[in-house]
Design a binder for this molecule. Structure first.
Ligand code: PEP
Ligand code: MN
Length: 262
């Protein structure tokens, strides 16, 4: 179902009154984690003003260490709803467990994180909804494996899948992951699904967010998912890679220029 061979025209995924794919520039921006009412509302207003098309923020966090902040859970989702009400931005947030679906019924885009790309029970459960799914590439997943995970969702009846290249694990340690820019044109050829890139979790460093974002858009990506925080130095997760709202504003202008050129 994800294969371009049997579905030549590009899929456009509708999210609220915005569209992902079809030549639109999608920018999902917001903090790694929802941390407080003040934080999420401040960031939501800032990214909205700068031109983001959706608000991202994690409430259920897949942390490497069990001792790290695990997210605010359902309370975090309520804060995202409040931010959506105030800004009109659709929200994107991660679901880790199919048993949590009851909390996510009105969420605009359900994110499947890299660590859950092959959580097949989760994928099948998401396939039974009609909610848009942002499926992130696993840390060491091939294109074929990513597409098969999309197939798990689509074969259950949900065609609304957006793919995300978020960097893969390589021998390099300077960067958190290695953004695989080639994933964009290759996936474009293999599938009709929209493709975005994540410059935050790939580089893992604030100063790499602009170049990686521009590279992804230049390679033909439909957009980016990027982390923005009002106080990255005190962020409860991923501080070093989160942009301040002012830097995000600069990035938005550059993105539009490159997007218009491709
Ligand atoms: C995220 O986007 O919050 C996240 C945890 O990303 P990934 O699953 O790509 O590591
Ligand atoms: Mn993060």
């Amino acid at each position: 179902k994800a294969n371009r061979k049997f579905h030549p025209e590009d899929t456009v995924v509708k999210v609220g009154n915005t569209q992902v794919g079809g030549g639109n520039l999608t920018v999902m921006a917001g903090p790694c984690s929802v941390e407080s009412r003040e934080q999420i509302l401040a960031v939501a207003h800032a990214v909205k003003a700068a031109g983001a098309t959706m608000l991202r923020g994690g409430a259920f966090k897949p942390r490497t260490s069990p001792y790290s902040f695990q997210g605010m859970g359902p309370q975090g989702l309520d804060l995202l709803r409040e931010a959506k009400e105030e800004t009109g931005l659709p929200i994107v947030t991660e679901i880790m467990d199919p048993n949590d679906l009851k909390y996510f019924r009105d969420i605009d885009v359900l994110q499947v994180g890299a660590r859950n790309m092959q959580n097949f029970d989760l994928l099948k459960a998401l396939g039974k909804t009609d909610q848009p799914i942002l499926l992130k590439r696993g840390l060491s997943a091939t294109y074929e494996e990513l597409l098969m995970s999309a197939e798990y969702i689509m074969s259950e009846g949900n065609p609304n899948v957006i793919l995300c290249e978020r960097g893969i694990r390589t021998f390099e340690t300077y960067t958190r992951n290695t953004l695989d820019v080639a994933a964009v044109p290759v996936l474009r050829k293999l599938t009709h699904l929209p493709i975005i890139i994540d410059p935050s979790h790939s580089g893992g460093r604030r100063e790499l967010v602009v170049p990686l974002s521009l590279a992804g858009i230049a390679a033909g990506a439909d957009g980016i998912e990027v982390e923005v925080h009002n106080d990255p130095a005190h962020a409860l997760s991923d501080g070093p890679q989160q942009l301040l709202p002012e830097a995000f504003e600069v990035l938005m202008a550059q993105l539009k220029t490159v997007h218009a050129a491709v």
